[in-house]
Design a protein around this ligand. Structure first.
Ligand code: CS2
Length: 470
């Protein structure tokens, strides 16, 4: 990691002397955004002393982030915001920032032999997969992309150059096209690393890609099975959206006029499980851990950190709070989080996870009021988040013969927010609206997980907790 030399509001770019030349691209990232820049790009920058591992980072839906960062030649400041102050450094690992809509660029970069790793931060909902890892065919884009794959990557098209005009719009379909191009180029194996908050995210993306590839050639399925390694990860660093104040802070702190800094917390964690057949940066030198068995780490993080976030996003907002720090400072919300955690830890292994220390550290992180983590940001895409962060705890509590009041409350808070029209944007909005117009809470719970709606005790527990938000 390099430290920026304070200049007088100098434009941050390689050409203005903020860095030497960009490292050659060996990593493709899908989902350029604040989290990736605080996490994977930071790890890569921190360990890549010989500058061998450049990242080509592609945006998701809007090209704006790519434009801003490309104007700075990929450079940006990372501000680490501790309880007692800020420190900033320039991160140099993004060699190219590209509009994700530029499919030609994406496909040729995935197919290039030096590319060894594809990482993704596209949000849970961005996979457009159902809970069991199948393409969500209720999504129009998915249906369009499946038809495109059948036409362009099916047997009939084998041997032709893939025509990318009007190519697929969903990220997994785009990735599949890139992998097909890599196969055709005989560019060798590659690792695909999902860095989104889902259990077994490596298996999840593998099953999604294989299902899409059912419509393509058998040769692509063989390539996916034999040459593509799907790595599962648990990723952690609380990173709110950048606001104008952060831009001003960076100018004060570093002297760089940076249009696109990122603010994050001091804590960072990355647990990975899987092979990297074409190599990888030595991320362990910055604290990443490579493990055989990732599930306990994943569940600990997903249930305790993300589960509490999702609970606070709706229950805290219902009590008038705007940020995580405000909500956790409210003794009622704090007790609700503790009750939810007591339920969740009953379903984690007692050994090796140091749950007491982990919970105490989480409270410290949530209490850091200098990080303005907005509940409205966390509350977005609630359907997919509740499905993996809360529903499993309630179902496990019910299976153990208990009511699961803490987990039921998080679901009740969401139901209340939907009914009040206060729920932040969700890709499943249409389904949620339709379900909310029907009678009772069953249709809404079915949107999250049909198993919830099928469990009369779970439904009763959620209904009872609605009283907390009356
Ligand atoms: C948050 C996460 O927005 C959300 O859903 O729960 O982004 C959370 O801050 C990160 O996973 C922390 O590592």
């Amino acid at each position: 990691m390099s430290t920026a030399t304070p200049l007088n509001r100098a434009e941050l770019a390689r050409r203005t002397g903020a860095d030497e030349t960009a490292a050659p691209v060996r990593i493709v990232h899908l989902g350029l955004g604040a989290f990736q820049r605080a996490h994977q790009a930071w790890y890569t920058d921190a360990v890549d002393e010989s500058r061998e591992w450049g990242i080509a980072a592609y945006t998701g839906r809007s090209p704006q982030a790519a434009e801003e960062i490309a104007a700075q030649d990929g450079l940006y400041n990372l501000v680490v915001r501790a309880v007692d102050g800020d420190s900033a450094s320039v991160i140099r690992s993004i060699s190219r920032a590209v509009d994700g809509g530029d499919l030609d660029d994406l496909v040729s970069t995935i197919a290039a032999a030096p590319t060894a790793v594809v990482t993704l931060t596209i949000t849970e909902a961005g996979y457009r997969l159902t809970a069991d890892g199948q393409p969500d065919e209720s999504d129009e884009q998915v249906r369009t992309d499946l038809a495109w794959i059948a036409t362009h990557l099916g047997d009939a098209a084998l041997g032709d150059d893939v025509d990318l005009a009007n190519g697929p719009g969903s990220t997994l379909a785009r990735l599949l096209v890139g992998l097909e191009a890599r196969r055709r180029a005989d560019a060798g194996p590659i690792a695909v690393v999902s860095c989104d908050n889902m259990p077994s995210n490596g298996d999840f993306i593998r099953s999604g890609l294989l299902a899409l590839a059912e419509h393509a050639t058998p040769a692509l399925r063989v390539y996916l099975a034999e040459q593509v390694s799907f790595v599962s990860t648990s990723i952690d660093r609380i990173t709110p959206k950048t606001v104008q104040d952060d831009i001003d802070t960076v100018a004060e702190l570093t002297g760089w006029a940076d249009r696109s800094p990122v603010v994050t917390e001091p804590f960072s964690d990355w647990v990975l499980s899987g092979e990297f057949p074409a190599g990888r940066p030595a991320w362990e030198n910055a604290g990443a851990r490579f493990v055989e068995e990732i599930e306990p780490f994943e569940n600990r993080k997903l249930w305790l950190l993300n589960g509490a976030h999702t609970l606070l996003a709706y229950a805290g907002a219902a009590r008038g709070h705007a940020t995580v720090a405000e909500a956790i400072g409210d003794p009622i919300c704090r007790a609700w989080v503790q009750e939810f955690w007591d339920e969740a830890v009953a379903h984690l292994p007692a050994e090796g996870l140091d749950l007491k220390t982990y919970r105490a550290a989480l409270l410290d992180r949530f209490d850091n009021g200098r990080i303005q983590h907005r509940l409205a940001q966390i509350g977005m895409d609630g359907v997919t988040k509740l499905r993996v962060r809360i529903a499993p705890i309630l179902l496990a509590e019910r299976a153990a013969g208990r009511e699961g009041e803490g987990a039921a409350r998080a679901l009740a808070a969401w139901v209340q927010a939907v009914r009040a029209g206060n729920v932040p944007a969700d890709r499943a909005d249409d389904k949620v609206k339709t379900a909310a117009s029907e009678t009772g809470i069953l249709p809404l719970l079915s949107v999250i997980d049909p198993a919830l709606a099928a469990d009369a005790g779970a439904v009763a527990a959620i209904e009872a907790r609605l009283a907390d938000f009356a």
